[in-house]
Write a protein that binds this ligand. Structure first.
Ligand SMILES: Nc1ncnc2c1ncn2[C@@H]1O[C@H](COP(=O)(O)OP(=O)(O)O)[C@@H](O)[C@H]1O
Ligand SMILES: [Mg+2]
Length: 238
C-alpha cells in the first residue's frame, strides 16, 4: 500500500506520537487527506496529543471485530481540516486483530486517504508486525543514546525482514551542547550504527513538551523553525 507510513522506535518515549501527529498535520496542511492510526493498544495517546480524547467512542478493534463501521471510528481533527484519527483500543488487545484484518482495513482506507500514518507501540512485537504488514515506509524515531540506537537497529532489522525496505530515521531530543561537547553520540557515530537514511534531527525543546500536553501539534504555529524542520523531514520521507 503506497502511502502507508509506520512510525516506530526500539525504546518508548523517543517521540513517536509527537512525530506522527506533527507529520500528519504537515501533510494535511499541504492539502492531503491524512489518517493517523494509533496502534499502541492499552497505552494509546495519539488522541491526547491532538486534544481529541473526549471524542473517542469507537476504536480500531471495534472496526475489525465488526462492532462499528469504519467511518464511526474516524474522528476529525479540531484544527486541521483534512486530518483524522482512528484510535487504539484502551480496553481490548491487538490480539483481536490479525494481518488479514489489517490488510483489508487499510485497502479500504487507502481509497479514502492520501496518507495513513501508523503510530506503533515501542519495540518489536505484534503491533509492529501488524503495521509492517501494511506499510511501505518506515520512520524510526531514536534519541542520541547508545541503548536507544542499538534498539533502533534491532527494530530496523525486523522491518527489513518484514519487507519494509523504504526506511529512514529521525534523531529526536538532541541537546546541541552535549552533542557538540562529545558527551553523547553525534550524527556520524549514529549513522555508523543505523542503516536507513537519516530524514532529520529535532532538538530537545520545552515548547514541544508543552504543546504535546496542550493537545495541539506544535507545527500549527506558523513560521517557526520547528514547522520548517518538519516540512523538510516530510519532504525527505515522502
Ligand atoms: N524534541 C522534543 N523535545 C522535548 N520534548 C519532547 C520532544 N519529543 C518528544 N518530547 C516529549 O517526550 C515525551 C514522549 O514523547 P512521545 O511522543 O509520547 O513518545 P513515544 O510515543 O515514542 O512514547 C512527551 O512528553 C513529548 O512531549
Ligand atoms: Mg506513543
Amino acid at each position: 500500500m503506497d502511502k502507508v507510513i509506520l512510525v516506530a522506535s526500539g525504546k518508548g518515549g523517543t517521540g513517536k506520537t509527537f512525530f506522527a501527529s506533527n507529520a500528519g498535520a504537515i501533510l494535511a496542511e499541504r492539502g492531503n487527506r491524512v489518517l493517523l492510526i494509533d496502534m499502541d493498544m492499552g497505552l494509546r495517546n495519539l488522541d491526547i496529543s491532538l486534544g481529541l480524547e473526549n471524542k473517542v467512542i469507537y476504536d480500531i478493534v471495534d472496526v475489525v471485530t465488526g462492532v462499528c463501521k469504519i467511518k464511526q471510528a474516524i474522528i476529525k481533527d479540531r484544527h486541521f481540516n483534512s486530518l483524522y484519527l482512528m484510535s487504539a483500543s484502551q480496553k481490548r488487545d491487538k490480539g483481536e486483530i490479525n494481518k488479514e484484518n489489517m490488510k483489508e482495513l487499510c485497502e479500504k482506507l487507502c481509497t479514502k486517504f492520501d496518507y495513513i500514518i501508523i503510530d506503533c507501540p515501542p519495540g518489536i512485537g505484534k503491533g509492529l508486525n501488524l503495521a509492517a504488514s501494511v506499510a511501505n515506509k518506515g520512520v524510526i524515531i531514536t534519541v542520541p543514546e547508545y541503548a536507544a540506537i542499538r534498539d533502533a537497529d534491532m527494530l530496523d532489522r525486523t522491518l527489513i525482514e518484514m519487507g519494509v525496505l523504504d526506511r529512514s530515521y529521525i534523531v529526536n531530543k538532541i541537546n546541541m551542547e552535549l552533542m557538540a561537547g562529545g558527551l553523547i553520540p553525534n550524527l556520524d557515530q549514529i549513522s555508523q550504527i543505523l542503516r536507513p537514511k537519516i530524514a532529520g534531527t529535532i532538538q530537545y525543546d520545552n515548547n514541544i513538551h508543552i504543546a504535546t500536553n496542550n493537545g495541539l501539534p506544535i507545527v500549527s504555529k506558523k513560521g517557526t523553525y520547528i514547522e520548517k524542520n518538519f516540512n523538510n523531514m516530510i519532504d525527505r520521507i515522502i
